[in-house]
Design a protein around this ligand. Structure first.
Ligand SMILES: [Fe+2]
Ligand SMILES: [Fe+2]
Length: 193
């Protein structure tokens, strides 16, 4: 299954772009006048997605790129930036959505995320596509396998947040990016082997 999965897998760079898109589209549903319970569910959804995404990049994408890059500068600040995001996520988990600084803390998290994503999408992903061209699908398959392992213990939590935060049609699209896309891909490939 591993070879077949690698052959059909989306590239790791496109999977990273898709994760970014899903985080930003969830962020765009958060407004100042959104109900507190919905705010918290949106923040939880973004937080879980970012935690899984950051771990996948640190375990699979960054080491692969580090092995071939000649320009370490952007890569070197990527993990410290993930840690800043983790710190803001921790602050949000300790706050109620009605707290005075809840909105501004979430906006601070997203400001960090947007800067970080801009560096990845304009520097690291194009560089990876030049230097790792023949490995991108295999790395994508590795990322899918690891994503399933990381997301499985959190599946109930992810689903509960999506139910609270989104109408069903949006929920299905978001689930596709966070978890179900990888799951369905895996199931489809298993049926072919
Ligand atoms: Fe990152
Ligand atoms: Fe990323």
């Amino acid at each position: 299954m591993s070879t077949l999965m690698s052959h059909f897998s989306p590239t790791i760079t496109n999977m990273i772009r898709l994760d970014h898109t899903h985080v930003l589209s969830t962020f765009h549903k958060y407004k100042a006048d959104t109900a507190p319970d919905t705010k918290q569910a949106l923040v939880n959804t973004v937080s879980l997605a970012l935690e899984i995404h950051a771990q996948l990049e640190e375990e699979i994408f960054y080491p692969a790129l580090r092995a071939v890059t000649t320009n370490e500068a952007v890569l070197a600040k990527s993990e410290p930036e993930h840690n800043e995001m983790r710190s803001l996520i921790g602050q949000l988990r300790d706050m109620k959505p009605t707290a005075t600084h809840y909105d501004s803390t979430f906006m601070s998290l997203m400001r960090h995320v947007i800067h970080h994503v801009a560096d990845e999408e304009t520097v690291l992903l194009p560089e990876a596509e030049l230097l790792l061209a023949d490995q991108l699908s295999e790395l994508g398959a590795q990322m899918t396998r690891r994503r399933l392992a990381l997301a499985a213990p959190k599946a109930g939590n992810i689903a509960a947040n999506m139910v609270r935060a989104m109408p069903t049609s949006t929920m299905l699209v978001t689930a596709g990016g966070l978890v179900a896309g990888g799951y369905l891909l895996k199931r489809a490939l298993e049926r072919r082997t």
